[in-house]
Design a protein around this ligand. Structure first.
Ligand code: DAH
Length: 340
């Protein structure tokens, strides 16, 4: 009988050695220690044994049973530990590893200067307006006193769509939209992109940026215009800037002026940006033409106003001493990365 028990144990140990999962382990446990297992059989058969053997066999069976139970438990711990170790190995993260440094972008210098100027004007009581890039002939030309056959159109050749729409050549179109929407007295600015057919060079691009301004009230005169422009420039450049006012012609103002500032790239010595003159045309301006007020539904007998157009790209070039306007639209991050 003892021999039989030893054989059961040996079989059991052989099966157990092959077990590699918890499920297999449970199967082996059921086969050897379950109700239909060989140990249970031995116990059931104790009755038929002679009295002297009964105790010895019963005891031996119990010893083997508890040895099997112990071996099963040991195997269980071993398998569970292996499962945990495997999980740890597969889900391992190195928390000491540095994250790749993320690149933080920055505003384009034209946007930066635009927002700064918007702040200066809003602090002076101006309202900021927007207008569409794609305009009608009416808003871009007709309502600004530039009829179809007017030679001033030559200087503002643009891009035309089949349906008659055009890319706006100047932010002056925003003046007309402003007059239609706001009753005088008002002070407005309208920044944005404008487009022209240009032969590009160091100071000309086919797409560039302007900021339009318009003030309409009773008794507005040239002194108000000059004062506003001087305040603006000293705020932008944080110092006194040399300026000169020349007569200039624009169909939508009368009288019209060109406001120039002395070139900050070359300190007025003469360079490619100022066409060797030492002066840079910065701000055309003037008193709003009565025809323009009329086309905006404003009575020129009652109201007068001044208007100006500021070239934002040029201002950026002056401030950061950029020698070629084409850098601004180059899309080269070695250039734009310098303005963080
Ligand atoms: N719109 C003109 C241009 O792009 C600039 C301009 C001139 C705007 C005189 C004005 C102005 O408001 O009064 O050439």
């Amino acid at each position: 009988m003892t021999e039989e028990l030893n054989k059961i144990l040996a079989d059991f140990q052989a099966r157990l050695a092959e077990v590699s999962t918890l499920q297999q382990l449970d199967e082996v446990k059921t086969v050897y220690l379950g109700k239909k297992g060989p140990i249970t059989d031995v116990m059931k058969n104790l009755r038929s044994l002679p009295k002297e053997e009964k105790a010895a066999v019963g005891q031996a069976a119990n010893v083997i049973k508890s040895q099997m139970t112990e071996e099963i438990n040991a195997k269980r711990s071993e398998l569970e530990e292996a499962a945990i170790n495997e999980k740890i190995a597969s889900e391992w993260i190195d928390v000491t590893l540095d994250e790749a440094p993320s690149k933080i972008g920055a505003l384009h210098p034209v946007s930066t200067i635009q927002y700064e100027i918007e702040d200066i004007f809003t602090s002076m009581g101006f309202t900021v307006l927007d207008g569409p890039h794609c305009e009608t002939d009416h808003y871009n030309f007709e309502a600004l006193n530039i009829p179809k056959d007017h030679p001033a159109r030559d200087m503002q050749d643009t891009f035309y769509f089949d349906n008659g729409a055009i890319l706006r050549t100047h932010t002056s179109a925003i003046q007309v939209r402003g007059m239609e929407n706001i009753k005088p007295p008002f002070k407005i600015i309208g920044p944005g992109k404008v487009f022209r057919v240009e032969r590009t060079d160091a100071s000309h691009e086919a797409a560039f940026h302007q900021l339009e301004g318009m003030v309409v009230d009773k008794d507005i005169n040239v002194a108000n215009l000059i004062n506003t422009m001087k305040t603006l420039l000293s705020e932008i450049f944080k110092k006194d800037v040399n300026v000169r006012l020349r007569p200039g012609f624009f169909p939508f103002v009368e009288p019209g002026f060109e406001l120039d500032i002395s070139c900050m790239i070359c300190n007025a010595k003469g360079c490619s940006v100022c066409s060797q003159t030492g002066w840079v045309e910065l701000m055309p301006c003037g008193m709003v033409h009565p025809n323009v007020l009329r086309s905006g539904g404003i009575d020129p007998e009652e109201y007068s106003g001044f208007a100006f157009g500021l070239g934002l790209d040029r201002l950026v070039m002056m401030r950061y001493q950029i020698e070629d306007i084409r850098h601004l639209h180059s899309g080269d991050i070695r250039f734009s990365g310098q303005f963080k």
